[in-house]
Design a protein around this ligand. Structure first.
Ligand code: TXA
Ligand code: MG
Length: 309
């Protein structure tokens, strides 16, 4: 394993590894991704292996350009164009009917594909140079915390890949919003980098969602997921002896003061949890954020991180 700055040479080398059926780690604006050729079933199987992820959990396909959508999706409704125009490149993933060229390995045996165009310039340059659609789940071990910095990539993953491109800290810090467009009405399968209210305003209709307990149209719906090694506890206020995340003036040196704005909070969350995990903390206590809709993606990750299921 080697960590490289994303120079043109390193990007070209990473693209070559992908073209030849290998696996690399690349930064995106949401989280780091474990990337391979989405149309190469063997490479995709290797990604499941490295992540130790059940292979019925489909991967997200990343494209560099809208004009490549027809390579992975058989068709798309008008609403897909509207969403893509508003949010691509960016942290929004659309679930569409699968193109027959996409192996069933990539889609976890489904007739649908999840696809997005990332905004991070390194991801887009890698995809462009690779010249193929790129499958990239988050670069964490199954159920673990996604890395938002190259430093936070699990050593288990680091040893398995040839190239890690270090693009600095991820701007969004939480995974993309996944919207299913294959049913009669659009449904949010996973809240994320683009807020529900924004999408609803754009489409002029309410979006369905999956209740947290209903498994498993989307693997992001496993209850315990996005979890640090430490036990996570949600509380209304931290006591002075607690180690964790607060909105208030910290009551001790083990407390991290978090932003009161949901996007800024989301951008820091995984990095702070990784930091506490690295320090060997056994229990992370987190002050509950407001119940507002704006906090949906953060709440989703906190619920999953604190679930024992
Ligand atoms: O921000 C992101 O989306 C990051 C970066 C690397 O792009 N990727 C990511 O991938 O989070 P992953 O594999 O960790 O999460 C994939 C999510 C899962 O929640 C899964 O349910 C959903 O995408 N998904 C993928 N294909 C799907 C499909 N065909 N139908 C329904 N959900 C799908
Ligand atoms: Mg993931």
């Amino acid at each position: 394993m080697s960590v490289f700055s994303p120079t043109p040479e390193a990007i070209a080398a990473a693209a070559k590894v992908i073209r030849e059926g290998g696996v690399i780690v690349m930064p995106t604006e949401t989280v780091y991704g474990l990337a391979c050729d989405a149309l190469n079933a063997e490479a995709v199987n290797r990604v499941y292996e490295i992540k130790d992820r059940p292979n019925e959990n489909p991967l997200i396909i990343h494209l560099a350009d809208w004009s490549d959508l027809g390579k992975v999706a058989l068709s798309w409704p008008a609403v897909a164009e509207k969403l893509a125009q508003a949010y691509w490149p960016g942290p929004l993933t659309l679930v569409l009917p699968r193109h027959p060229d996409v192996p069933m390995e990539t889609t976890g045996g489904r007739e649908t594909v999840a696809v997005r165009i990332p905004r991070h310039h390194v991801a887009r340059e890698v995809i462009k140079a690779a010249g193929c659609p790129v499958a990239a789940p988050s670069a964490n071990v199954f159920m673990g915390l996604s890395p938002t910095k190259a430093y936070d990539i699990d050593p288990v993953i680091q040893v398995e890949v040839d190239i890690i491109l270090d693009g600095g800290p991820c701007e969004v810090g939480l995974e993309s919003t996944v919207v299913d467009l294959t049913e009669e009405h659009p449904v949010i399968l996973r809240p994320g980098g683009v807020g529900r209210a924004e999408i609803q305003a754009l489409l002029g209709q309410p979006l369905g969602s999956i209740p947290p307990a209903s498994v498993r149209k989307s693997p992001g719906l496993y209850l315990r997921h996005y979890a640090p090694k430490a036990t996570v506890r949600l509380v209304s206020e931290l006591a002075s002896g607690d180690t964790g995340l607060t909105f208030e003036e910290p009551k001790g040196e083990n407390q991290v003061r978090m932003p009161k704005e949901p996007r800024a909070y989301g951008a820091r969350l995984y990095a702070v949890l990784h930091q506490l995990d690295n320090a060997g903390v056994e229990t992370i206590t987190i002050q509950e954020p407001p119940a507002d809709a704006d906090w949906e993606a953060v709440w989703d990750r906190l619920r999953k991180a604190s679930s024992s299921a």
